[in-house]
Ligand binder design. Structure first.
Ligand code: ADE
Length: 228
């Protein structure tokens, strides 16, 4: 079973449409759709926006469906000068940029108890995501994806995230899903298509380009499901 999680309906509805023999089940208010895509069994969920919804969805998915891997899919704010709207970032790792116990002497972003800042994505999943993007023909970068409970639409916040964490994209769920996968020892990947520049005015770009960006991430996931 392959697990796929997106935050918003627009990020998962085309993926659900790829499935046959579907069944739907609701856990803690999250709908999980299971079905087949080619010879793969897949479970797809729309988790909702933000780290708490993302974490509860990932935990419920792992407990109920025991996926062999989870990929977080969808759109993100671009932190990279050499990517355009619609291009893709594949996570090498994920960081929660709003985790901050520096006043207790910890490094910024460090996750207490597990004591790491950057949660590594599974190398095989990232490599298959890379081959999928290349075969679909969309420009991409691999790098850090930064997660926090904020829609970034501000040049100063964008600069803080890039300067502090060296991230290539920012969004609101990937780092939480990574965290849950890490503690449960489930391999994970993150694939995000750029919907905006996370700068002043990102809210306008997000409204205009999310549909196109979400369609790009779905094209890649369709290919991924045939290759993994
Ligand atoms: N998802 C898409 N664009 C984003 C942004 N600018 N900030 C946070 N999450 C996003």
């Amino acid at each position: 079973m392959i697990g796929l999680i997106g935050a918003m309906d627009i990020e998962v509805r085309r993926i659900k449409a790829l499935l046959t023999d579907t069944k739907t089940e609701s856990i803690s208010g999250v709908e999980f759709v299971t079905g087949r895509c080619g010879n793969k069994e897949v479970v797809v969920a729309k988790c909702g926006v933000g780290k708490v919804f993302a974490a509860l969805c990932a935990e419920a998915m792992i407990m109920k469906y025991h996926p062999e891997l989870i990929v977080n899919v969808g759109v993100a704010g671009c932190l990279c000068d050499n990517l355009k709207i619609g291009d893709i970032v594949i996570a090498c790792n994920a960081v929660q940029y709003d985790m901050d116990t520096t006043q207790l002497g910890d490094p910024i972003g460090m996750l207490s108890d597990i004591n790491i800042t950057y949660i590594p994505a599974d190398e095989h999943i990232s490599e298959v995501l890379q081959r999928s993007v290349e075969s679909v023909g969309i420009d991409y970068k691999k790098g850090t994806i930064a997660t926090g409970d904020r829609f970034v639409s501000d040049d100063a916040v964008k600069r803080f995230i890039t300067d502090t964490f060296g991230a290539k994209a920012c969004e609101m769920e990937g780092g939480a899903i990574a965290h849950v996968c890490y503690v449960n020892k489930v391999p994970f990947g993150i694939l995000r298509a750029m919907s905006d520049g996370a700068d002043n005015g990102a809210n306008m770009d997000f409204t205009t380009f999310t549909q196109m960006a979400a369609a790009n991430s779905t094209k890649v996931i369709e290919k991924f499901l045939s290759l993994i």
